[in-house]
Ligand binder design. Structure first.
Ligand code: 3MF
Ligand code: MG
Length: 343
């Protein structure tokens, strides 16, 4: 237990504070300015939506997209930053209203697959082999709208097209049970890993576990991580926190339930997460009430909390824990863990 962790986040984590009931409350910070903030916040990696990297990609020919992404790679290098992953944004274009890969309209499905191939080109040009798929609209508002068996087959077909398109790319599924859809087709880590087994090259399909998404599915994020680790599928994480079953809050890591956060840090540390180049990703949002000047604190705070919990976890006496487990004295074990957090 002595690994080093490297941290990453996406530019969308510095945002204007709009919610479904109110407009922006903070000024937009342009992308180049955001890039300058990474190192100051002690982050070394950047996660991208495809159009964070190449904003006008839908109107550019493939060669131009690659050229722009290569220019961005130089810019990242100048900042001492690394691109961790690219994720196709398949939830804003009118062609993705009824889903991307699972849309009932074949033209929309085709668009989604083509767009994903362009995302892969961007990943390639940025020097990463990781493509994250958050299946935002791959689900339904009403169950009768889509056939769930066909939907799964269509997602498999789309992933196969990506795996065939680029022999190096690794596809990393970020499961989430709901929001924006009422019912999502790939709600949990188990679903994501099982989906990978249906693909032509299961070794190149893994998962991105987001704490809040697991909590929204009624699951413990560290157990989801354990499941993925047992399958050697935990290729990235989106750490954050979530206060019960409501909208996706993306709260700062550990801000709701420190013990739940401790257990995530602990399992990552125990199984040498990061040894194969995995990053500790955060997917956190500043509160809407936060003023412009202080709207990056949620990132620094989440990283600090992770590292503080790492210290606490490493200070726990494993032989004492083993003894309490042997004695089946879980009351004492629970108190030992709780005390470690309130000292
Ligand atoms: C939604 C999310 C997304 C994904 C991102 C990368 C906007 O709940 O968590 O963040 O993480 O699109 O896949
Ligand atoms: Mg996320």
């Amino acid at each position: 237990m002595a690994g080093e962790f490297r941290f990453t986040f996406g530019p969308w984590n510095i945002h204007e504070g709009a919610d479904p009931f109110g407009p922006n409350v903070r000024k937009t910070i342009e992308f180049d300015k955001k890039l300058k903030m990474y190192k100051k916040l002690d982050f070394d990696g950047v996660q991208f939506h495809d159009d964070d990297a190449v904003p006008d990609m839908d109107v550019l020919p493939p060669e131009k997209i690659v050229k722009k992404a290569s220019e961005l790679r130089n810019k990242l290098e100048n900042h001492g930053l690394t691109a961790e992953f690219v994720a196709p944004r398949l939830w804003e274009d009118p062609r993705t209203i009824d889903g991307g890969y699972t849309s009932n309209d074949p033209k929309c499905r085709e668009y989604s697959i083509e767009r994903s191939k362009r995302s892969i080109d961007i990943a390639d040009a940025l020097g990463t082999d990781l493509l994250v798929l958050w299946f935002a609209r791959e689900g339904t508002y009403i169950r009768e709208a889509k056939d769930s068996k066909v939907a799964v087959e269509r997602i498999v077909e789309a992933i196969n097209a990506m795996l065939e398109y680029n022999s190096k790319i690794r596809v990393c599924i970020e499961p989430k049970p709901n929001e924006p859809m009422d019912q999502a087709y790939i709600p949990t880590t188990g679903h994501a890993i099982a989906l990978g087994l249906l693909c032509i090259d299961p070794d190149r399909v893994g998962v991105n576990i987001e704490s809040a998404h697991a909590i929204l599915a009624g699951l413990d994020p560290s157990d989801e991580m354990g499941f993925a680790l047992a399958h050697k599928k935990l290729w990235t994480v989106h750490l954050n926190d979530q206060n019960g079953l409501k909208f996706d809050e993306d709260k700062s890591f550990g801000s709701v339930d420190l013990r739940r956060a401790l257990n995530q840090v602990r399992i990552l540390d125990k199984y040498d997460y990061g040894k194969n180049g995995e990053w500790v990703g955060l997917d956190v949002k500043a509160m809407r009430t936060q003023k412009d000047e202080t709207a990056t604190k949620h990132l620094r705070n989440s990283r600090t909390t992770f590292l503080r919990l790492l210290e606490i976890s490493r200070a726990l006496d494993d032989s004492k824990i083993d003894e309490l487990i042997k004695e089946r004295d879980y009351e004492e074990l629970e108190q030992y863990v709780v005390e470690s957090l309130i000292r």
